[in-house]
Design a protein around this ligand. Structure first.
Ligand code: GDP
Ligand code: ZN
Length: 338
């Protein structure tokens, strides 16, 4: 008699290889898994909670369902010039906290705005992390923190140094057991050093040892969840260099709440805060209540998001064209009335 029962378990996707996933079971065991066809959404990403089935005689599990994602971080895939296509590239699912890392020599409020938009759009809570504090004077750190506050509207800022250990306890308190975080930031800002300092080991080695491939082939792991000693998880994302946003205008309202608040007073509800009459945003800039650069950033991101919408959705593209036609018509009418 064939007694090979199928066990069905809940598991978390720990790593994504080419057509293979590495899942972690409740008891901490790691298994290799394939995904069945027709999953919704189509492919599991790092951080996903899944249902996996396994026969006693199999060594490879099958992912048969993906649980709804609480949060989802993705970005626009950079530079497919040939097809001029915009492709959404998933980064991770169910991320609770996005650590936005910046050092003195790389600090940019404008870039921070982009990271904040990305984080809000994913559903994760952003935390600003100033790195390499041992290289920066307390005065400068204070100025950076104040600058960060001016665009982040009450988001927590943590000053850290992977070398002296400053701020690490504060981060440990944020990264509670079971939670999952990602560190975003430019290359060289100290992301790996921070991960290593938090993990208390050299993760570079860890991920090499852990890359499984029974046949000894070289495998490239695009993303991996690293379990910290106290049970929190960090996404390790080699190659997350260039940041391009992927989202919708909803996310702008979070990171630009100040602009949007003022914009509520504009005469036209679809005001682009450019040359429209009765624009409260332009007025606020003129009165020095809103930084002109802030409006510029808002415009840039707005354009980028509109561009993405046009690229990815023919319907949205038509709506966008209609909208601009309507605005142009309105403006002509206003000019005529003068
Ligand atoms: P990543 O590219 O963001 O992962 O950055 P790394 O962690 O590789 O760090 C880049 C460089 O900055 C390395 O030379 C590190 O030794 C250095 N670095 C990282 N963290 C610190 C820190 O807290 N203090 C100092 N002084 N240097 C750091
Ligand atoms: Zn306006």
């Amino acid at each position: 008699m064939n007694s090979d029962p199928v066990a069905s378990v809940r598991a978390r996707v720990i790593a994504v290889h080419k057509n293979r996933w590495e899942i972690q079971l409740h008891d901490g065991r790691h298994l290799e898994a394939i995904a069945v066809r027709g999953l919704d959404p189509d492919l599991p990403v790092v951080g996903d909670w899944v249902t996996a089935t396994l026969r006693q005689t199999d060594t490879i599990a099958r992912i048969t369902a993906i649980e709804p994602r609480r949060t989802y971080l993705s970005r626009k895939r950079p530079g497919d010039v040939e097809h001029d296509a915009v492709v959404e590239q998933p980064i991770a699912a169910n991320i609770d906290v996005a650590l936005l890392a910046m050092a003195d020599d790389d600090f940019s409020v404008r870039r921070l705005e982009r990271y904040l938009t990305l984080a809000w759009d994913s559903g994760a809570t952003p935390i600003i992390v100033l790195t390499k504090a041992d290289l920066t004077s307390p005065e400068v750190l204070q100025l950076m923190a104040a600058d960060a506050q001016s665009v982040s509207l009450g988001i927590q800022t943590v000053v850290t140094s992977a070398f002296t250990g400053q701020g690490l306890n504060e981060l440990r308190e944020i990264l509670v057991p079971g939670s999952c975080a990602i560190v975003l930031g430019s290359s060289g800002v100290g992301k790996s050093s921070l991960l290593n300092a938090l993990a208390g080991t050299d993760l570079q080695n860890v991920s090499h040892v852990r890359q499984f491939d029974g046949k000894g082939r070289h495998t490239t792991t695009s993303r991996r969840l690293i379990e910290l000693p106290w049970g929190a998880y960090l996404v390790d994302t080699p190659g997350l260099r260039e940041l391009q946003i992927w989202g919708d205008e909803q996310s702008l309202s979070h990171s630009f709440a100040d602009v949007e608040d003022i914009a509520a007073q504009c005469r036209f509800s679809d005001c682009t805060h450019d040359t429209e009459p009765g624009c409260a945003v332009q007025e606020a800039v003129a009165q020095g209540l809103l930084a002109a650069e802030r409006l510029q950033s808002w415009r840039r991101l707005h354009r980028e998001l509109a561009y993405l919408a046009r690229k990815t959705d023919g319907g949205a593209a038509r709506a966008e064209r209609q909208r601009w036609k309507a605005i142009a018509k309105q403006q002509r009418a206003i000019k005529r009335d003068r």
